[in-house]
Write a protein that binds this ligand. Structure first.
Ligand SMILES: Cc1ncc(CO)c(N)n1
Length: 226
């Protein structure tokens, strides 16, 4: 079994819990609150901006023109392409997207998650450590979309079916690259190095679960800054 497949097998129980948690169940049952979606959009708009910057930190860590070109494309997608998925949610709550995210905030879980990626980008020379921290982002969303669309016969007028379809189809090429980098690294690294990379992937999968729960509970910092 390839390293990437082993990682995906290991996180399946966590993704099952994410699927059963209130946020995704609210999407499936079309009864998610406007406030939970607004909290998610405010956090996710900032998360994706930082995610794009972490991709930029990977460019000095790769060699081929093809890998550099791919990372530049992903910077574009993370910083603007994924707005399509956000627009689906803004339409769902009937509010202008730019208005919703204008006074966005940086909540504890989102902060912890993105710093996990930044830490690995600065603490480790090899890209694999950061890639393992980034890979659950597209992988978890694609897996959740597969689960939702396999387990439910959504009618065409189910307002969030489009959101699931966005992630069902949009992540494949990215996963091919991320899996490839992880599998290549697994063939040349030590057991100890592989353990760190494996943990990075598992931790980010838990961060994904926490991110949805952050939005559902409208998590915020327990202090005000003047
Ligand atoms: C927190 C988070 N994880 C994954 C995705 C999918 O790209 C997203 N938009 N936001």
């Amino acid at each position: 079994m390839r390293f990437s497949e082993r990682l995906q097998q290991q996180v399946e129980p966590i993704i099952e819990r994410i699927y059963q948690d209130e946020f995704i169940q609210g999407f499936v049952n079309d009864d998610i609150s406007t406030e939970a979606i607004k909290h998610y959009l405010k956090a996710d708009a900032r998360y994706l901006n930082e995610f794009a910057k972490v991709y930029a930190l990977l460019i000095p860590k790769v060699n081929s023109k093809e890998e550099i070109k791919f990372l530049v494309e992903q910077i574009e997608f993370a910083s603007s392409g994924e707005v399509g998925a956000h627009q689906i949610l803004a339409d769902y709550i009937g509010e202008p997207y730019l208005e919703v995210i204008k006074d966005g905030a940086w909540y504890p879980t989102a902060d912890h998650y993105i710093k996990h990626m930044y830490y690995n980008a600065y603490a480790h020379e090899h890209a694999a450590y950061t890639i393992a921290a980034m890979a659950p982002c597209p992988y978890v969303y694609r897996r959740l979309a597969q689960m939702a669309l396999e387990r439910n016969n959504f009618s065409d007028n189910h307002k969030l079916k489009e959101w699931f379809n966005f992630y069902l189809k949009g992540m494949d090429e990215l996963m091919v690259y991320l899996d490839g980098w992880l599998n290549d690294f697994s063939e040349s690294c030590s057991e100890a190095e592989l353990k760190v990379v494996e943990r990075n992937f598992l931790e980010s999968t838990v961060h994904e679960r926490n991110f949805f729960n952050m939005a559902f509970t409208k998590q915020d910092w327990e202090f005000e800054v003047e």
